[in-house]
Design a protein around this ligand. Sequence first.
Ligand code: TRP
Length: 454
Amino acid sequence: MGSGASIRGFSCCWRKQNSFPETDVALVYRFESIAGKTKRLGGWSRRVPSGRPQASSICLDDSRRLEGYNDQSGVRGGSTVNAGTHAEGVPTEGTTSPSRLDGVDRGVDRPRILSGVQPSGKLHLGNYFGAIRQHIQRQDQGDCFYFIADYHALTSLREAEEREKAIAAKNKAYLPRPARQILAENIRDVALDYLALGLDPKKVIFFRQSDVPEVTELAWILSTVTGMGLLERAHSYKDKLAKGITPNVGLFTYPVLMAADILLYRSHLVPVGKDQEQHLEMTRDIAGAFNHAYGEVFPLPQAVFNDTPVVPGTDGQKMSKSYGNTIEIFAEGKALERAVMSIVTDQTPLEAPLDPERCHVFALYKLFATPQEVEEMAARYRAGGFGYGNAKKALLAKIDAYFAPARARRKALERDPGYIEEVLAEGARRARAVARTTLQLVRERLGLLRSPAT
Ligand code: TRP
């Protein structure tokens, strides 16, 4: 720790609560700051009538940093929170959220955390370290909504079908699956993977996007406040065009549906990979445009990134399904061994020292090993006479052991397909209740009053 100054004190702030426009939340908390690192020790919150002038917000920035979210306090700017830096500052158990302390405001001032995953096939280590792990870690840090983005997957289902055909052309024994089977199986696989990896459906509202069709209505409404120019600037769309894909309109308006996903649940935090950064910026723009035109309805959500470095695939490029360089989370036995052994390495002879920092095997090993094990492995590399083959074996053992419990859970879950359906149905029911509330407010703001008969 060294001689860093230590400060303890109380702090107080007001937070405007757009999700409940009639109230604000006042927070008082104790904090301790050592060598510039602030930790919240405990505190309490009260719901208070709204309408205090925003200028009265005290140390808003601190509370935002500590909480990792900002429910439209009136302070704009800083659209992202880095989970890596703030994770250390977030006290665990009992002090994470002021609502935990008095048990009164639960659901009001806990952040809403939302994320979606596309059901696009077997999940791999890149998905795990880039997103899934942080989704699961965050399930205690707020009210989480996680969903399987099946509507989004429709925008690229044709390509999935083409991929199947390509596999079948090479491997005569392979029967290419029709689109509906691909989608249904992928949805089930993602659900199984998340549950096996530790997602707790009691803590998280876990659902299938298309089970809440209200999202498409909101997407339509949002599309009417979204400029063409905004969508035309989307990197992911431009990248796909550059790859020669014939775009459908759904691919073009993909970010609007994504904004609807996020805004329908009035989410505060959206843990995603860096590749989704622009989509989150677009969501904020769209939310801002709606709020400006029709009055504040939506909090401006923040992307949350984790600080895991890019996970290299077996060829050293970023691990990605489209590069065909993945190591699947639930691969085992020969298949796992084959994937790990195929990681490319250079031609250094066995006796020579190796540079760990330039080796993809080592980069992957680091994700699984303790700091001490990483040190030991680096020393072996540098000592020479070790060889990439041994490094790969060590990595294989790590991956195998790391996911062994999840693999066992997945097998048990597979035997009970009814359970998955139940979880998703319950998730949909809970998500839908929130969705309907938001949509009703949106409709009122728009003057879209439903006739009482419907
Ligand atoms: N576009 C995201 C991806 O490909 C998936 C997604 C859809 C999503 N809707 C979302 C992520 C809403 C976060 C929030 O990874």
